[in-house]
Design a protein. Structure first.
Length: 282
């Protein structure tokens, strides 16, 4: 008699210790900027001051932790109070790339002005910021141009404890978003460190970074500042979120910003962050 039983499905591979999240694990920082730092409150120079502050914070956070592969910046129209006005300005979306950027890297927004640079670092980002702010654009009477958002969407990240995670010359990770186990992770070596980036099936790069204008939060000294800048740090891989060397690297990067005047955008987020950090130190 013929055996009509279906063959048993193969056992799925054993899960790895680390994984790509379904959704980002996020922390948000903010910094207030006082208007007396801009002589005569020249609108362009004021935008340059806040934009340079944002770029330097991105560079400080990335130092030794993240290698940006693209950098995006948008601008919009605002009224005399700095509030968004109707209508999109010409050349409102700019996108900085390098020859090493992923071939499929695209701007989040439509119709980008693509600029290519040899290397993507603090200086090249500052250069593009100045180009965006100095680029002429029409604005109706009573309106002006202002930068709106900066994004680092394509990243490599420094792998903590490579000797522990690389087995048989391979690094594999579970991708929860795509329900895949043991996905092979691309690696590169630079300056004695191991860097990793997104596996082809995944959509989540190790880090996503965003800086934008903000209204500030509920801190009692909020009225002392003319404008707030907000930084969102999306951590997409567990290497840098769960307790361990990777999380310690992230904590150190955030602490550098806190010492420079940034702070957690919401008091309750600071408590959560401190609690996590205390567990790391045990």
């Amino acid at each position: 008699m013929r055996d009509t039983r279906l063959p048993e499905a193969p056992e799925p591979p054993e899960p790895t210790e680390h994984y790509i999240f379904n959704d980002s694990q996020t922390t948000v920082l903010e910094r207030g900027v006082q208007g007396d730092t801009a002589p005569d409150r020249n609108p362009v120079e004021w935008e340059r001051i806040t934009a340079h502050c944002a770029v330097r914070a991105l560079a400080e956070l990335c130092e030794g932790l993240v290698r940006p592969m693209t950098f995006g910046m948008t601008r919009n129209r605002v009224d005399e109070c700095g509030l968004p006005a109707e209508g999109n300005p010409p050349r409102g979306n700019w996108f900085l790339t390098t020859p090493q950027s992923p071939p499929d890297a695209r701007s989040t927004y439509a119709d980008p002005q693509v600029v290519e640079t040899a290397t993507l670092d603090e200086q090249s980002m500052l250069t593009m910021v100045d180009r965006v702010l100095d680029d002429p654009g029409e604005a109706p009477e009573g309106k002006r141009l202002a930068w709106e958002e900066m994004r680092v969407d394509h990243t490599w990240a420094r792998l903590p404890e490579p000797g522990r995670h690389i087995v048989n010359n391979e690094l594999r990770i579970d991708d929860h978003d795509n329900k895949l186990r043991r996905v092979l992770v691309p690696r590169a070596h630079a300056h004695g460190r191991t860097w990793v980036t997104v596996p082809r099936p995944s959509v989540w790069y190790p880090f996503l970074l965003r800086v934008n204008k903000s209204c500030g939060t509920v801190y009692p000294d909020g009225f002392e500042y003319d404008e707030f800048i907000e930084m969102t740090i999306d951590v997409n891989w567990s290497f840098w979120w769960h307790p361990g060397e990777g999380r310690a690297m992230l904590d150190q990067a955030v602490d550098r910003l806190l010492r420079q005047g940034w702070r957690h955008a919401h008091p309750q987020s600071a408590l959560t962050w401190d609690h996590t950090a205390s567990r790391i130190s045990l």
